[in-house]
Design a protein. Structure first.
Length: 299
C-alpha cells in the first residue's frame, strides 16, 4: 500500500468516526419528543388507573407514578431493567441502594439509569403501632414513643414501638428497587413533565394521605378544558390541515392518514387523538419521510 492509499484510508476512517459521533449525539426532532409525550398522555388517560398505576397526593401538583405504572411505561417503550444492588447495612440498620439500568430490548442500547435507596431508619420501617397497652408498657422507654399526626381537622396520638430491622429486610430491598425503577423510567421516557417521583409510602405524608380528599386532576386535564371525547374545533382542524400542507402532503395523503387513524373525516377527529395526529404530520415535515420513533428501530 502506497502513501496515498494510506492517507485516503485514514481520511475515510476519520470521516466515518465523525459521522458516527454526529449520529450518536444528534438531538431528537421536536416532533418525536411531542409524539412521545402524546403517547404517555394517551396511556395515562386510556390505560393507567388512579390509585393503582399512579396516585394523587394532597399538596402535590402532579400525580405520583407507582411501580405498576412504571412497568407499563417501560413495556410501552421496549425498555428492559437491570438492577445492581449495593448493601449499605450496618449494625442495627438495614439499608440498600439500587441502581436500575434501562436498555432497549430492540437495539440493546443503553437508555437511562435510576437510583433508589431505602433504610430501616425511615419512620415507617423503624416504628410500628403497639398492639395493646400491655405491649406498650412492657417495651423499654427508649424503644417507644407517641406519634403525633393529623387526620382531617383532628390531631391524633398513636402509641408506637421500635421494630426489629431484620423483619423488614426484604421489604426494604423491594422498596429501594421500586424507587430506582420509577426514577429510571421517569428519566428515560421524559415523563417527569407528567408524573412526580414514586411516593408509595403515602401514609407518611400528613397522617394518612390515602384518607384525604382527592387531589388535583392529571396535567392534561388541567391544561385543557376540552372533553377528550369531543370533536376538535374548526380552528384545530384548520391548523392540522395547514401543518399537513406545510409538510408537503397532498389532499389524498392527508385523507389517507386521517383514515389510517380511524376517522372518515378530519371533522370527526377527537380531542384525545389531536396531538398525536398533528405530530404524525410534523414528523413527515422533518426529512420528508417517517422518522424512527423513540427507542424503536425500523423493521
Amino acid at each position: 500500500m502506497n502513501m496515498r492509499e494510506e492517507t485516503d484510508n485514514v481520511r475515510k476512517a476519520i470521516k466515518e468516526e465523525i459521522e458516527a459521533l454526529e449520529a450518536t449525539y444528534k438531538p431528537l426532532p421536536i416532533s418525536q419528543i411531542k409524539w412521545q409525550l402524546g403517547q404517555t398522555q394517551t396511556l395515562m388517560r386510556e390505560v393507567l388507573q388512579n390509585g393503582h398505576h399512579y396516585g394523587t397526593i394532597p399538596g402535590c401538583p402532579k400525580p405520583t407514578l407507582l411501580k405498576p405504572g412504571a412497568e407499563i411505561l417501560a413495556q410501552m417503550y421496549h425498555l428492559s431493567p437491570d438492577s445492581e444492588i449495593t448493601d449499605l447495612s450496618r449494625e442495627g440498620v438495614i439499608r440498600y441502594q439500587v441502581k436500575v439500568k434501562l436498555t432497549s430490548r430492540q437495539t440493546g442500547k443503553f437508555i437511562g439509569t435510576g437510583i433508589g435507596e431505602c433504610s430501616s431508619d425511615e419512620d415507617k420501617y423503624a416504628w410500628k403501632k403497639s398492639t395493646s397497652d400491655g405491649e406498650w408498657e412492657a417495651t423499654a422507654e427508649a424503644n417507644r414513643r407517641i406519634k403525633w399526626g393529623r387526620y382531617g381537622d383532628n390531631v391524633t396520638q398513636t402509641k408506637q414501638i421500635r421494630t426489629n430491622p431484620s423483619d423488614s429486610a426484604n421489604t426494604i430491598l423491594k422498596m429501594a428497587k421500586k424507587r430506582a425503577l420509577v426514577d429510571a423510567v421517569l428519566t428515560a421516557t421524559c415523563a417527569s413533565d407528567i408524573f412526580t417521583q414514586d411516593i408509595e409510602d403515602m401514609d407518611d405524608i400528613g397522617h394518612d394521605a390515602k384518607a384525604q380528599p382527592k387531589s388535583t386532576p392529571p396535567p392534561q386535564e388541567m391544561r385543557s378544558k376540552q372533553n377528550p371525547e369531543s370533536k376538535i374545533t374548526e380552528k384545530q382542524r384548520q391548523r392540522m390541515y395547514a401543518i399537513a400542507k406545510q409538510s408537503g402532503c397532498s389532499d389524498d395523503i392527508f385523507k389517507k392518514i386521517i383514515v389510517e387513524q380511524g376517522y372518515q373525516s378530519s371533522k370527526d377527529v377527537l380531542v384525545k387523538d389531536y396531538d398525536r395526529i398533528v405530530a404524525l404530520f410534523e414528523m413527515k415535515n422533518e426529512g420528508g419521510e417517517d422518522q424512527d420513533l423513540p427507542f424503536e428501530s425500523k423493521e
